[in-house]
Design a protein around this ligand. Structure first.
Ligand code: BES
Ligand code: ZN
Length: 436
């Protein structure tokens, strides 16, 4: 069963060339691009194109750990054609029996920024990882509804696909922005924006809940909105890609967290941003764009949590903390939160082995990112990136996703309240009834 798992992931990159055929002129992906790639992938590229010498070589922290010596990977930057990129993706899959090993960039500057230590000169605020808001969190957890998560998964999966270069992808983003606006209607401290990457048509959707007094400090709760079908015939942009688990489940989970905040009229001290990224499946496009911009502007993101695949229970344990390209301290806090608020659940650890989702974009920029995942690696949903990644193939229910919505909610409410140490804020939140 190892091969299908790898296949479905690797074909994301390997088949990108095919999509070019089915695109309107304005949405053509670039013919040449820059890759940042690790040593094994670079050796393969040398076999494919011996003259593609590195433009730069450096070292990148492979795992962020607070009290253990950091590990580094050698990373090269090369300029290639889209065709070479596709050949490399195929070769990585066949020769190394794994995925990725490289990331595609559409500018040299962007590729080189991978080699630049991101934290130099700017250190985001470290929150206190304390559990201090049980009175707020516990009643909120009780209302987290698997039924509503399920409804949203089905609505998202009903778009023909949410592919980055397909009109239905753009439509899904427009729909989600409207949907979030409706949920938050009446809250003057909430704003929904669409973030476009250059002239690309499909935006990431960002909802901001403005913090009351620690306004400049931001908690980011993310999932990716786009989907992909790396198999089947026809142009990739026209293929049916329900992406019910990957990653409608994550978007639906964080939408339920948003609903809880509105229903319980939570007025957070820190600002909160819900982000539904586009272009994740093509190389973390949406999150990379936002995280790099935030790093440049020194936006103080105190923590980010990624939800990507939450609704397939493939392992005995419930929640898996991804240990690579994430923050060890914040991961420890997630385990504590689960033990405290969700004691009936079991938590275990696993790793992707590469930057497999949007947490990597934030981790790369020096922000504390975490990624609780649905199963042990290789026991996860076998249907992702296929036409069968549907609501039905997970048993038409959202009970697993509900656990992740609860964990994310506990993380968000605890950190948004900052331990309640601020004078005049009681347990850390303004009493909305005294607002006028
Ligand atoms: N949700 C997947 C990542 C994933 C799959 C994590 C299975 C854990 C288990 C994500 O949407 C994805 O497909 N990512 C790409 C990498 C990206 C940089 C293009 C992948 O894994 O190939
Ligand atoms: Zn995904």
């Amino acid at each position: 069963m190892k091969t299908p798992n790898l296949l479905r992931r690797c074909f994301t990159l390997a088949l990108l060339s095919i999509l070019i055929l089915g695109l309107p002129a304005s949405a053509q992906p670039p013919d040449t691009l820059w890759l940042s790639l690790d040593e094994p992938a670079y050796r393969l590229l040398q076999k494919i194109s011996p003259t593609r010498w590195p433009l730069a070589t450096g070292e990148v922290a492979a795992i962020e750990e607070s009290d253990v010596a950091a590990r580094y990977d050698k990373v090269h930057v090369v300029h290639v054609s889209a065709f070479e990129r596709d050949q490399l993706a195929q070769a990585v899959h066949v020769a190394l029996n794994r995925c990725a090993g490289f990331v595609a960039h559409d500018s040299l500057a962007d590729a080189l920024s991978v080699l630049t230590p991101a934290t130099g000169g700017f250190t985001p605020t470290r929150p206190d990882y304390v559990i201090a808001h049980a009175a707020r969190v516990t009643p909120m957890l009780a209302t987290v509804s698997d039924a509503r998560i399920g409804t949203d998964i089905q609505t998202l999966a009903a778009f023909h696909n949410r592919y980055y270069y397909a009109s239905s992808g753009t439509q899904s983003a427009d729909w989600l922005a409207q949907y979030w606006e409706t949920i938050a209607a009446g809250r003057s401290d909430v704003q929904v924006t669409k973030v476009y990457r250059g002239s690309d048509a499909m935006p990431s959707v960002v909802l901001t809940v403005q913090g009351s007094d620690l306004t400049e400090q931001i908690l980011v709760l993310g999932a990716h909105l786009d989907s992909i079908n790396s198999y089947g015939s026809g142009s990739i942009s026209s293929r049916r890609a329900p992406g019910a688990d990957d990653d409608a489940s994550g978007v639906a989970s964080l939408t339920e967290v948003l609903r809880a905040i509105v229903e319980h009229d939570l007025r957070p001290r820190r600002s909160i941003q819900f982000m539904a990224y586009s272009g994740e499946e093509l190389g973390l496009y949406g999150s990379d764009y936002i995280a790099a911009d935030y790093r440049t502007r020194e936006v103080d993101v105190v923590g980010m949590l990624q939800l990507d695949m939450t609704n397939y229970k493939g392992s005995v344990e419930d929640i898996f903390i991804i240990d690579d390209y994430t923050d060890a301290q914040q991961n420890g806090f997630l385990v504590q939160l689960a033990q405290h608020y969700l004691p009936q659940l079991t938590v275990a650890h696993t790793a992707c082995g590469y930057g497999c989702s949007d947490h990597r974009s934030w981790n790369r920029q020096g922000y504390a990112a975490s990624f609780p995942f649905e199963a042990r690696m290789n026991e996860d949903n076998p249907y992702i990136h296929m036409i069968n990644d549907t609501w039905e193939t997970v048993g038409s229910q959202a009970l697993h996703a509900q656990k992740f919505a609860r964990l994310a909610l506990a993380w968000l409410v605890e950190l948004a309240g900052d331990g309640g140490l601020w004078e005049g804020f009681g347990d850390g939140f303004e009493d909305s009834e005294t607002d006028s």
